[in-house]
Write a protein that binds this ligand. Sequence first.
Ligand code: ZN
Length: 168
Amino acid sequence: MHTHASPSGASPPGAPAFAVERTLGRLGKWLRLLGFDALLETECPPAKFPQRCGEGRILLTRTRRVLAALPERAAIFIRADDPFAQAAQVLRELGLSACDLRPFSRCLRCNLPIEAIGRQQARGAVPDYVWQTAPGFGRCPRCLRLYWAGTHTARSLERIQRLFEARP
Ligand SMILES: [Zn+2]
């Protein structure tokens, strides 16, 4: 959980949700880090994945055959090999800007919004120095993993900013 995350940790209204093809797992994790709902094919029962794609999710694919079979805007064909460049492409194609992101508001493992918890609830569950210094804590409602603002935050935010500069 980070101080700049929205209080509820939820995506802003109208935020796109994604279904991410098997080969694009690292891109999917990037999108979760940015706060987007990103369903990974690798975490979904095989029979269920195509069906979930139809639930208003934008399919991210590297398969032209799959792309051709779908209505326009239902899928994005990912060109780059590097997950960072792939994430930049998705943001660009959807016309998203930094204010559409909710970085660090979603559990990277479970794809669920992180819920804010009180300091007392975090006590004993995180290292003492973290408990004393972190401005706030959050918890994934499913895996119960704790999140807090760490030293990596400034660097991660810089990297996120560069997503919008990495325009080919
Ligand atoms: Zn989780």
